[in-house]
Ligand binder design. Sequence first.
Ligand SMILES: [Zn+2]
Ligand SMILES: [Zn+2]
Length: 141
Amino acid sequence: MTLKGHCLCGDTRWEAEGPMLWACHCHCADCRRQCAAPVVTFLGVRSSGFRWTGATPGAYASSPGVTRHFCSRCGTPVAFQAERYAGEIHLYAAGLESPEAFTPRFHVHHAEKLPWIALDDALPRYEGFAPADAPEIGEAS
Ligand SMILES: [Zn+2]
Ligand SMILES: [Zn+2]
C-alpha cells in the first residue's frame, strides 16, 4: 500500500509505504496551534518507507526532540517527527490524496480536548499519550 499526500499549493509532496502504524485524532494544544485546527488527525508510518517527492519542506523544532515540517511556500503543516517515536514519521490525514479513505482508530491527549468540539464516535479515548500496548496501534489498515 502506497500512501500519498501533498500540501495546499502542491509543492510539498510525499509518499509512504504502509502499513499505517497510527491512525488517530490528537487533541494536544501544540498540534492544535500549529495546524490552527481544533483537532488534528494523524497517520504514522515507518520513516524507512517514507520519502519527500516534491519540494523539501521547512522544519520547526516546536519542543526538544520534536520537529514539525511545513510547506515552505504555502505553510501547510505536512509532518511531525519526535525522538519519542524514533523510526516513524507522522503525517496529517487531511493532507492525504484521498482523506475519505482514511479511518481514525482512537483519540490521544483527550484531556486537552476543546469543550466546544463534540465528536460522537465510539473510538477509544486516551487522556494523554496512547499506551504502548494499545490494541489500536500498529499495522492498521
Ligand atoms: Zn505548499
Ligand atoms: Zn498533538
